[in-house]
Write a protein that binds this ligand. Sequence first.
Ligand SMILES: Nc1nc2c(ncn2[C@@H]2O[C@H](COP(=O)(O)OP(=O)(O)OP(=O)(O)O)[C@@H](O)[C@H]2O)c(=O)[nH]1
Ligand SMILES: [Mg+2]
Length: 365
Amino acid sequence: MSESSSILLLGVGTAGCAIASGVRRAFGGPIRYVLADTDAASAVDGATFTLLGGDRLSGRGAGGDIVSGRLAAEDSIKSLDEHLEGVRLVVIVTALGGGTGGGATLEACKHLNSRGIPSIVFATTPFRFEGEDRQRNARGVMSMIEDASATTFFVPLDKLIGEVDRMDEAMRRAVDTLAGGVTLFWRLVEKPGYLRLDVERIRHLASGSRRGRFAIVTTQGNGRAEQAVDSLMRSELLAAASGPTKSALCGVLAGEDLLLSEVGRIADGVRNAFSPSAFDLATVNDEDTFSGRLAVVVMLFETVAKKDDAGVPGTAMNPKRRKVKGALTIGPTGRGRFKNSEPTIWNGEDLDVPTFIRRSISIDL
Ligand SMILES: Nc1nc2c(ncn2[C@@H]2O[C@H](COP(=O)(O)OP(=O)(O)OP(=O)(O)O)[C@@H](O)[C@H]2O)c(=O)[nH]1
Ligand SMILES: [Mg+2]
């Protein structure tokens, strides 16, 4: 484990821990990383493991309940502190859909914020075949995680797997693909080439953003730079921006044969396609890993306004405060006489908040 690095990888939840372990394997060198889950079975040899919600859940997982995952993290998140010495940026990998990935990631981001450490989150969203409950679980926390992180990259699992039909292979390929992407990002930071990317620069690129898009492509042979640009233009993962691109980070990883003209072509292609206000380029030359091949990582940081009402206290899931039409002046601005009592949470909703407010029902007076 590399304790001197100022960037920490944190895997949250069962699939998140599997992705983080995949990054460690693929990186092939020391990496500073921590696994955190409510399920004790996610501990692996050689990795630092934090069990979340020990007494509450007895190491058995959150059973798909986000509130439970969130409370477990609240109980235990301070145990992360002993691993944060000198850390300037945390990269969280997680999978939304269960209880821990969503619930504990949110708490981890908030805790890190309180320590002045920004987090970049890579979070998968469930396969369509997993059904509505898991999709709802994911949707319920996405904007809260965006609000609490510096930037979140949501990666729909359906878009990671290509034409695979077998379920076990789809899951494996999704983990490998995401872990592979994060590993390339890690190389850009930890094994820099002629154009360096440092952690302070990433903090700068990510700050003031909220949501990002992220893709990797690999090519080889004649015209590999043009092929890479072409694949990036067609990448579904980079399409559908929800806001203007504030900044872009482009990493080019290749062997010693990387040409200046190739780097220029890729940089121009990305700049022209996404018109970021700020652009950063980094390279890695690693003959052993990339001989003859080229890998390009593109991270786009979008400008999406933070919700005004993010962080309004009073409900376990912090449902967003919405305007109620008409002259009615009461609203969920506080818990009034209930302010010292535990909220009544059911399916992630605070039942102490009047129904018409929870459901955003307009009342014309
Ligand atoms: N790629 C991949 N995704 C998985 C795998 N298992 C689960 N997932 C995805 O991860 C999401 C969250 O599942 P888990 O990681 O098991 O859930 P958790 O965060 O541990 O939450 P709890 O188990 O409820 O505590 C699922 O909805 C799937 O989309 C896996 O083996 N591979
Ligand atoms: Mg689990």
